[in-house]
Design a binder for this molecule. Structure first.
Ligand code: NAD
Length: 373
């Protein structure tokens, strides 16, 4: 391990080994523990530290309190040839998401088009994981996600929380190369990016938050408030809110995630009027799958995509930009760099993870063995 003074660099395989051991110790099967460890580390590898291992302490707290459950299988509420309504029963999103996409893939391979409506899932993490899993099977997919019980974002024109960070993701396979995947929160920044900034990581852009006085800010404090010693920061304790991305258009897209992933799936929206208690936290996800192999233009599709990517990238750059990137490109670059140099983590975030491991009963000798290169 090495890095700048307030940063450590951890090799991806070391991180997977440690996180896997921690979730196995917490009661997950080896398969589930490996799935959680690989997906969280995978988010860090792609530069989405907000949805990576920084979540380990919080996930463990949730497993302990029963808010998120270990060892669950999706329950089929209703299904026909092309669609399935699924209940995740608050299982870990890493395994529930995988099972959901696999049901969608089975149906889409028979009929060319399929839909899954997932309710009551534990945190589904980086939604790009699900588009990439579909793309590996030659399937284009679209994922609309909401977060019930997570009031973090002020709608356009407001200073009070009414929405979640509701991610939206579209992926399309490209024969002979990585898929094109666009995956983002409909808030200016994902909540986890505020968490990363709070723990001393990358700073937030100005206007990512709005404080209780209605002033835009880059300070994550209005989301978390003061964090009690030894507790994981909770984004519901602060007096301010994240902002929605893209002004009224992004705020409206966020609202439509609540409609599709919250109301339509039966998972429920972020919140409602006159509710003194926060709703139970879960992700809802409406996914649409399209088998690109069923399209008659399939032979030319990859060539058309590659040619269009080259065309877009050839545009003369704007001031302050050295090149034009297409969706998914940044993640691939960061992954290549981090595979070689290790995952950069704020020292506080690393110490939180090790603290959680100690709480699980790992001895210093065990930790030294798990974190040895
Ligand atoms: P972000 O702001 O980093 O945007 C990422 C997207 O923008 C990617 O598609 C990326 O390829 C593209 N991109 C990045 N730089 C670019 C550039 N210079 N030019 C063109 N395109 C570029 O992502 P985010 O909003 O911080 O979201 C982070 C992650 O959080 C996502 O994986 C999302 O799924 C996840 N998330 C999950 C939940 C949940 O409840 N499970 C909630 C919110 C967010």
């Amino acid at each position: 391990m090495m890095g700048a003074p307030n940063e450590v660099r951890v090799a991806p395989d070391v991180m997977i080994r440690l996180v896997r051991a921690m979730f196995a110790r917490a009661g997950c099967s080896e398969t589930e523990a490996a799935c959680i460890a690989e997906r969280l580390t995978g988010a860090n590898l792609r530069g989405h530290d907000s949805h990576g291992v920084i979540r380990v302490p919080r996930y463990l707290e949730w497993a302990e309190s029963g808010r998120q459950k270990i060892g669950q299988t999706v329950e089929i509420v209703m299904e026909n040839d092309v669609m399935a309504i699924l209940d995740g029963n608050y299982g870990f999103g890493q395994t529930i998401g995988e099972q959901t996409v696999d049901i969608g893939l089975k149906k889409v391979k028979q009929h060319g088009l399929a839909l899954t409506a997932l309710r009551n899932s534990g945190h589904l993490g980086r939604i790009g994981d699900w588009a990439e899993r579909a793309a590996e099977a030659g399937v284009a997919s679209l994922h609309m996600v909401n977060v019930r019980g997570s009031l973090l974002v002020a709608p356009f024109g407001a200073r009070e929380r009414r929405m979640g960070t509701s991610p939206f993701c579209i992926g399309i396979p490209v024969e002979g190369q990585d898929p094109v995947v666009h995956d983002f929160a409909t808030s200016t920044v994902a909540e986890g990016k505020a968490l990363v900034a709070l723990r001393g990581g990358k700073a937030l852009p100005e206007g990512a938050l709005i404080d209780a006085d209605g002033a835009l800010t880059s300070d994550p404090w209005p989301l978390y408030g003061d964090v009690p010693e030894g507790k994981a920061p909770m984004p519901y304790e602060g007096p301010g809110a994240l902002t929605a991305f893209g002004g009224h258009k992004g705020s409206g897209l966020n609202f439509m995630m609540e409609m599709m992933a919250g109301a339509l799936t039966g998972s429920g929206c972020a919140g409602g009027p006159d509710e003194p208690e926060r709703r139970r936290f879960c992700n809802g996800m409406l996914s649409i799958y399209i088998d690109t192999e069923k399209f008659d233009g399939q032979d030319s599709m990859a060539e058309e995509i590659k040619s269009y990517i080259a065309f877009v990238k050839s545009a003369r750059t704007a001031d302050g930009h050295s090149e034009v990137l297409v969706p998914g490109e940044n993640e691939r670059r960061v992954m290549a760099e981090r595979q070689a140099a290790g995952l950069p983590l704020a020292a506080a975030a690393w110490s939180d993870i090790l603290g959680s491991a100690r709480n699980l009963g790992f001895t210093e000798a065990e930790l030294n063995a798990l974190t040895a290169a």
